[in-house]
Design a protein around this ligand. Structure first.
Ligand SMILES: NC(=O)NCCC[C@H](N)C(=O)O
Length: 423
């Protein structure tokens, strides 16, 4: 019997207590080279290889804290008749699929959860549907293995994302239902899909890959193709409402192209109290992508100003982080190659204890030079290696196939509870 857990995330690396993941299912293969772009993939995946790799991530996470699967959480929530009706109504309305409401309403909670994630094949029972080029009435959620993006924990709240692309909208709707109704998790939700009366602009979108909790009072948020200025203004308005003595938002602009720059966590992740991973050309190099500091005091924006770069801005706020270079520091080509395959995307299970792809060998070598012991995930899972009690380490997972989906360890994890960091 697991006790109810309160959402509590005030850092990127406090010891992990609870995390939500999604083991990839049939949905990741439901695309062709032609439709991969619409599915937000740059290549097509092989499910059995991806699952085998994912098992390593899950194995390590399960040793660190409570590791919950979206499908199980959703199926639990769907056992309640009223919640199920409301959620189905919302999804069918959102996706113009009212015609399948009844057939979905009759499914068992487990089967409904599966279909809401893996997609509902089109029933070709009239001429329009018979001739349709579409394969599904409800699209498979190809990207749900990246549980990071549809919702984000911040202190005792969960912000429900407003996804930049329609193909990911249902992920956010499902996460909202889970956080609002699952008996195991106590959370306050705040939906960017439904900003209500908050004065925010048009084109609001915000995704978890851009949202990082540096400290209780400091957020770092990327803006680019996935998170808009209006998305960050939404967060700003909610912070203003709290009227706390002081809060900071550091904003990092991101390039639109190539697609490996979609989120901030593809170029910058926190590793420890004193270290961060950076894609140097964007985070430290001279470029036209600004770093902006928004200061909020007692419910008012008191200052918006430009900073030299993220590590310098964080240093001014008392967080002195040594930047470690994705791809190593010698060769720009290597940096570009490893950044493309999520080489900067690390997930911390505790201060200085991080998970990343073993395929990014130059990045792993650089971490090792900076004092991180390299440990293979399989060795941890098989009990042949221990995660050191207090030492720094990088636990490497296989990721040749997973990386083709466009994300790494941070993208594949949605932490909802971490221990307080002893700063
Ligand atoms: N935080 C992340 O960077 N998530 C990776 C998301 C990849 C997914 N194919 C997408 O384009 O949304």
């Amino acid at each position: 019997m697991i006790n109810k857990m309160n959402v509590n995330v005030a850092s990127e690396f406090g010891e992990l207590e609870g995390v939500i993941i999604h083991t990839p299912g049939l949905e990741v293969e439901e695309m062709t080279p032609e439709t991969a772009k619409r599915a937000l993939y740059s290549d097509i995946l092989n499910l059995s290889v991806a699952r085998e790799e994912y098992t390593q991530l899950k194995g390590v996470l399960s040793k660190a804290g409570l590791c919950l699967e979206v499908t199980d959480l959703l199926a639990e929530v769907l056992k309640n008749g009223q919640i199920r009706t409301d959620l189905l109504n919302e999804i069918c309305n959102q996706e113009n699929a009212e015609n399948i409401y009844q057939e979905l309403a009759e499914l068992s909670p487990d089967e409904l959860a599966r279909q809401l994630i893996q997609g509902v094949p089109i029933n070709r029972n009239n001429l329009s549907r018979y001739l349709s080029n579409e394969r599904f009435s409800l699209w498979p959620l190809h990207n749900f293995l990246f549980t990071r993006d549809a919702s984000m924990s911040f202190r005792d709240e969960v912000v429900i994302g407003k996804m930049a692309n329609k193909v990911r909208d249902r992920e956010a709707t499902i996460m909202e239902a889970i956080f609002n109704h699952h008996p195991l998790i106590e959370a306050k939700t705040l939906s960017a899909q439904k900003p209500g009366s908050l004065p925010v602009g048009k084109n609001l979108s915000i995704e978890g890959g851009d949202f990082q909790v540096a400290r209780e009072d400091v957020l770092v948020i990327g803006t680019g193709v996935r998170t808009t200025a209006a998305g960050i203004d939404f967060i700003l308005e909610t912070i203003k409402e709290k009227k706390e003595p002081i809060r900071h938002i550091l904003v990092q602009e991101l390039p639109d192209m190539p697609e490996s720059f979609i989120h901030l966590d593809m170029v910058f992740t926190f590793l420890d109290r004193d270290a961060c991973m950076v894609y140097e050309p964007l985070i430290l190099g001279t470029n036209r992508f600004h770093t902006i500091h928004i200061q909020v005091e007692n419910g008012e924006v008191t200052k918006i100003s430009e900073e030299k770069n993220l590590p310098k801005a964080l240093r001014k706020l008392g967080m002195d982080l040594k930047p470690i270079y994705c791809g190593g520091s010698k060769d720009l080509w290597t940096q570009e190659r490893e950044q493309w395959h999520s080489g900067a995307n690390f997930f911390a299970i505790a201060p200085g204890q991080i998970i990343g792809y073993e395929r990014n060998v130059y990045t792993i070598e650089e971490l090792n030079k900076q004092g991180f012991e390299v440990i293979k995930a399989q060795a941890v899972i098989d009990g042949k290696a221990e995660i050191p009690k207090n030492g720094k380490c990088v636990i490497t997972i296989a990721g040749s196939e997973l990386a083709r989906g466009g994300g790494g360890a941070r993208c594949m994890t949605m932490p909802f509870c971490r221990k307080k960091v002893d700063w």
